[in-house]
Design a protein around this ligand. Structure first.
Ligand SMILES: N[C@@H](CCC(=O)N[C@@H](CS)C(=O)NCC(=O)O)C(=O)O
Length: 182
C-alpha cells in the first residue's frame, strides 16, 4: 500500500510536533528518519530547503512546515490566541533557546542572558498553560529548554509549567512519538 511519507528527525522539536499530531490523528504514513548530514535525495527533490519535517501526500502534495503538517492532519484552524502563542514559540522562544543551548554558534552571545530572556516566555506560559493541539505545538521546545540544565529548570518557580511538561513527557502518545525506528 502506498502511504504518505514523513521525513523526520527524532530529536527535532518541529518534527516532534508533527509526529504528535500524526499520532493524535491516527494518520497512516511511512516514517523516514533522516540523518541531517546526509539528507535523502528524494527529500531534497521534493523539499529543497532541506529541513524536517516534510510530509509528502499520496497525490504528490508536499507540506514542508511543521505547523502546516499539524493543521493538515488534524484539520486544525488556528484561532488568534493559538496563532499568537505559536508565533512567540517559533520566533521569540526558539531564538533565545538556540542561543542558550548553542552560544558558540553565534557571535557575542551570552548563554545565560538568553536563558533569562527565554524565561520571560515561560513566565507567560505559566499563566496560560496550553492544552490540546496548541500544547503539542509548544511542549517539544520547552522540553529542549528544560533538558539543557534540568537542575536549574527544576528550581524555577513554574509549578504549572513543570506539571504540564511532566504530563506531556509521560504520555503514551509522546512515548510513541519517540520510538526508535529502523
Ligand atoms: N520552520 C520549519 C523549521 C524546521 C527546522 O528548522 N528543522 C530543523 C531540525 S530541528 C532542520 O531541519 N534543520 C536542518 C537545517 O536547517 O539544515 C518547520 O516548522 O518545519
Amino acid at each position: 500500500m502506498i502511504l504518505p511519507i514523513l521525513y523526520s528527525f527524532r530529536r527535532c522539536p518541529y518534527a516532534m510536533r508533527a509526529r504528535m499530531a500524526i499520532i493524535r490523528a491516527g494518520f497512516a504514513h511511512e516514517l523516514r528518519e533522516v540523518n541531517l548530514r546526509y539528507r535523502p535525495e528524494h527529500m531534497m527533490e521534493i523539499s529543497p530547503k532541506g529541513t524536517v519535517p516534510v510530509l509528502q501526500l499520496v497525490n504528490g502534495t508536499v507540506i514542508e512546515e511543521s505547523l502546516e503538517i499539524m493543521q493538515y492532519v488534524l484539520d486544525w484552524q488556528l484561532n488568534a490566541n493559538e496563532a499568537e502563542w505559536i508565533k512567540r514559540t517559533d520566533e521569540e522562544f526558539k531564538y533565545h533557546l538556540d542561543r542558550y543551548k548553542y552560544p558558540n554558534r553565534y557571535d557575542n552571545v551570552n548563554s545565560l542572558e538568553h536563558r533569562t530572556l527565554a524565561s520571560v516566555f515561560l513566565d507567560g506560559l505559566e499563566q496560560h498553560i496550553p492544552s490540546g493541539n496548541l500544547s503539542d505545538a509548544i511542549f517539544p521546545f520547552v522540553r529542549q529548554f528544560a533538558n539543557h540544565d534540568r537542575d536549574w529548570f527544576d528550581q524555577q518557580e513554574w509549578p504549572n509549567v513543570h506539571s504540564w511538561l511532566d504530563s506531556n513527557l509521560s504520555s503514551e502518545e509522546f512515548k510513541k512519538c519517540m520510538l526508535k525506528i529502523g
